[in-house]
Design a protein around this ligand. Structure first.
Ligand code: CO8
Length: 258
């Protein structure tokens, strides 16, 4: 357990997994600038930590995060908000992280909380989890990628309902629409997320990173550019020790008796 932080709890688990837990329980894990700075700081450390190959990000049972801290934004104006976001750096730290990130959402993922969840590579939700972009209720819009990522995931009409009218979405619907890949009972959310992270952390790291980069590329570019990117990522892997060892092990495995 790392005690260097005030608003997040960090645990490095065996076999290459780090768990980051948002920890502002009274405020439903509202994302203030301290939490966002701490998130950026720990992700930078984990990026450089050779022992860590995957990360799980979670909140509490009642909230992943209830969005940006409204008390910090109230009355600060456009320039003030720009400065606040620049200073805290955490709003895009997950999307810039090169290792796999699994988001485990229980309870509320609202506004900026949903936007951070959308930056995770794989998203798991507890039954009853609720996703929404309620910024319009405050006279603003999502600003950490929410409008772009949601529209790409669920299409224009539904994205418009979420952004223009704060339409909420429960875990089961988020699963049907491809926002989350599993819906799990709340008591098992964390162990399932950690289990998945451990499995991925145990795989060939260069292949995992290349796969992550390629799938992300698919979302933000044309098919032609994406295919080119995949080719550039694919061939170098054949020089890796992992590829050589894993292919050779496959070919040399004991023959099945027929
Ligand atoms: N910010 C600050 N404080 C919050 C927030 C928040 N987002 N959410 C909850 N809190 C605080 C409340 O103020 C309250 O504190 P206190 O007891 O000291 O008054 C405490 O948490 C408990 O909240 P409630 O009393 O309201 O509890 P309820 O159970 O009635 O309701 C809710 C819980 C549903 C979470 C409700 O508090 C709520 O709707 N919160 C606001 C949700 C919201 O609007 N989120 C969007 C914020 S805007 C945003 O995220 C923009 C992102 C921009 C990204 C920019 C990138 C560049």
């Amino acid at each position: 357990m790392n005690r260097d932080f005030e608003t997040i709890i960090v645990e490095k688990l065996e076999v290459g997994v780090a768990l980051i837990r948002f920890n502002r329980p009274h405020q439903y894990n509202a994302l203030n600038s301290l939490l966002l700075s701490e998130l950026a700081q720990i992700l930078k450390q984990l990026e450089e930590d050779d022992q860590i190959n995957a990360v799980v990000i979670t909140g509490s049972e009642k909230a992943f995060a209830a969005g940006a801290d409204i008390a910090e934004m109230d009355g600060i104006g456009a320039e003030g908000m720009r400065n606040l976001c620049d200073k805290s750096r955490g709003w895009n730290a997950i999307s810039l992280f090169s290792k796999p990130v699994i988001g485990a959402v229980s309870g509320l993922a609202l506004g900026g909380g949903f936007e951070l969840a959308l930056q995770c590579d794989i998203l798991l939700a507890a039954k009853g989890a609720k996703f929404a972009l309620p910024e319009v209720n405050l006279g603003v819009i999502p600003g950490a990628g929410g409008t772009q990522r949601v529209a790409r995931l669920i299409g224009k009409s539904l994205a418009m309902e979420m952004v223009l009218n704060a339409r909420p979405m429960l875990a089961e619907e988020a699963f049907q629409r491809g926002i989350v890949s599993r819906v799990i009972i709340p008591e098992q959310l964390e162990s399932e997320a950690i289990g998945l992270a451990k499995e991925i952390a145990g795989r060939a790291p260069l292949a995992v990173r290349a796969g992550k980069a390629c799938v992300n590329k698919a979302i933000d570019t044309t098919l032609e550019e994406g295919l080119e990117f995949e080719q550039q990522s694919f061939f170098p892997l054949f020089d890796s020790d992992d590829a050589k060892e894993l292919m050779s092990a496959f070919l040399n495995k004991p023959k099945k008796q027929t």
